[in-house]
Design a protein around this ligand. Structure first.
Ligand SMILES: Nc1ncnc2c1ncn2[C@@H]1O[C@H](COP(=O)(O)OP(=O)(O)O)[C@@H](O)[C@H]1O
Ligand SMILES: [Mg+2]
Length: 427
């Protein structure tokens, strides 16, 4: 990204638009009566699935193990041939075209990354662009760009073999490989299923950030409803044989599950799960005084003494949160701040969920968390008070939505009864 973001510090959004002009964004996907019967099994693994996916949206398939999520996904890139039905991508019927050609337009990332162990990171990423006949130099540039995109330093990771990477790094390379040929569609089958919860959280945040830049059409499979809520623009809750129990936005599914199967999946604590639906960037952050490491001691003093806060945040030379400084720290500083204050060790990104932020605040001794932007730069602070306000607003909105829904139902029933009565009177 270093070459394209020469615009300086104009803010992440400006950098975005410059980058997205270079990439292909998403395509629509239509699944039309898609069915798969595996040989020797009389009942289909996927039974007549029809679904429209919009260009640039992230759709998550969520459902119990064995319900046919992977089979449905793999029919989209024809790793599994459908028994019947059609697949259209950007309104082109791709059900019968050469599957190898099709797969160049569709990135695919799976659990445990699926990297080839005998190839270096760079070779793995270069695979599809090479097959597509890109020139050597273009492939080389692309590999660097992709490593950068997924947050791995090209110089460090380029020549490594997959076994020399952590699980999370392997998953990142897997995503880089899937995106290397700039496909409009990205299929992901439980890609973060094999990593620890903290790494998974980070990878999810990264994916959200990537998607903000790239606007691909992503179909993501998981059995984890929290993951579905976090990542999906829309969620398809699937029951056995990939029958769609509900296909809607996370908000709609949480506040208005169609039946017991879906409620069962949403599970208890739906209100708390709402925390996963809101991002830090959507809440009002605390105005927090900052100073930088280069500020003279006297002006730092003055800032603390003059303002209503008894604490301020010191930023490093790249504007990243560095230390929390309290009045007492300054009193004891005796001319140098080198050892004063408390180092910031946990920050949340603006794309993190309130759930993540809450965790950071609850485990922070000062009860606050610094929020950072794409390049780690300081944006604001969240604390218990901000989060509580947001949660209360969410709950209130949920309550109103539920009342409205109840009201609609009652109206519908009244209407029905009316019609029945009229019908009765006419007969
Ligand atoms: N290659 C296969 N041959 C026969 N049956 C399969 C094959 N792959 C999956 N199945 C069966 O199809 C059903 C759906 O599997 P799958 O799509 O993997 O579900 P999920 O990804 O939701 O766990 C399961 O009953 C599974 O046993
Ligand atoms: Mg599966």
């Amino acid at each position: 990204m270093s070459e394209t973001s020469g615009a300086g510090n104009a803010g992440p959004d400006t950098a975005d638009s410059a980058e997205t002009t270079k990439t292909t964004s998403g395509a629509t996907i239509h699944l039309d009566n898609l069915t798969k019967r595996y040989p020797g099994n009389p009942s289909p693994a996927v039974d007549n699935v029809t679904m429209d996916i919009k260009a640039g949206e992230t759709v998550v398939f969520v459902g119990p193990s064995g319900c046919g999520k992977s089979t449905t996904l793999k029919m989209i890139n024809r790793l599994i041939e459908p028994t019947s039905g059609r697949i259209r991508i950007n309104d082109e019927d791709v059900t019968d075209i050469d599957p190898v050609k099709l797969r160049r337009k569709i990135g695919y990332a799976i659990q445990s990354s699926g990297l080839f162990p005998h190839m270096t990171v760079a070779e793995n990423i270069a695979l599809v662009p090479r097959m597509a006949g890109w020139s050597k130099s273009k492939v080389k540039d692309r590999v660097e760009e992709m490593l950068d995109l997924v947050g791995l330093d090209p110089r460090e990771f380029h020549g490594r073999y997959p076994r020399a990477l952590s699980g999370g790094q392997q998953q990142r390379v897997g995503v880089a490989r899937a995106l290397a040929a700039d496909p409009p569609v990205l299929l992901m089958d439980e890609p973060f299923g094999a990593v620890d919860p903290i790494t998974r959280d980070h990878l999810q945040d990264e994916l959200i950030r990537l998607q903000h830049e790239l606007h691909k059409t992503i179909v993501f499979v998981t059995h984890d409803f929290d993951e579905a809520i976090k990542l999906g623009d829309r969620i398809a809750v699937l029951r056995e044989r990939s029958h769609i129990a509900q296909f809607d936005t996370p908000e709609a599914i949480l506040t208005n599950p169609t039946d017991d199967f879906v409620s069962g999946f949403v599970g208890a604590g739906a209100a708390l799960k709402r925390l996963n639906l809101t991002r830090v960037r959507d809440v009002e952050m605390v105005q927090f005084p900052t100073v930088t490491v280069d500020d003279p001691l006297q002006s730092i003093f003055n800032k603390l003494r003059g303002g209503p806060h008894n604490e301020l945040l010191m930023l490093d030379r790249r504007n990243r949160p560095y230390k929390w400084l309290r009045r007492g720290d300054l009193m004891r500083a005796r001319g140098s701040l080198a050892r004063a204050g408390q180092l910031v060790h946990d920050t949340v990104t603006r794309d993190a969920t309130l759930h993540d932020a809450l965790e950071a605040v609850l485990t922070d001794s000062g009860g606050r968390a610094a929020v950072t932007g794409r390049r780690g730069e300081f944006i604001g602070v969240v604390d218990m008070h901000t989060l509580m306000n947001s949660v209360q607003e969410l709950l209130e909105a949920d309550r109103l939505a539920a009342i409205e829904h109840q009201h609609d139902l009652e109206e519908m029933r009244a209407h029905q009864t009316e019609q029945e009565l009229e019908g009765g009177a006419g007969a």
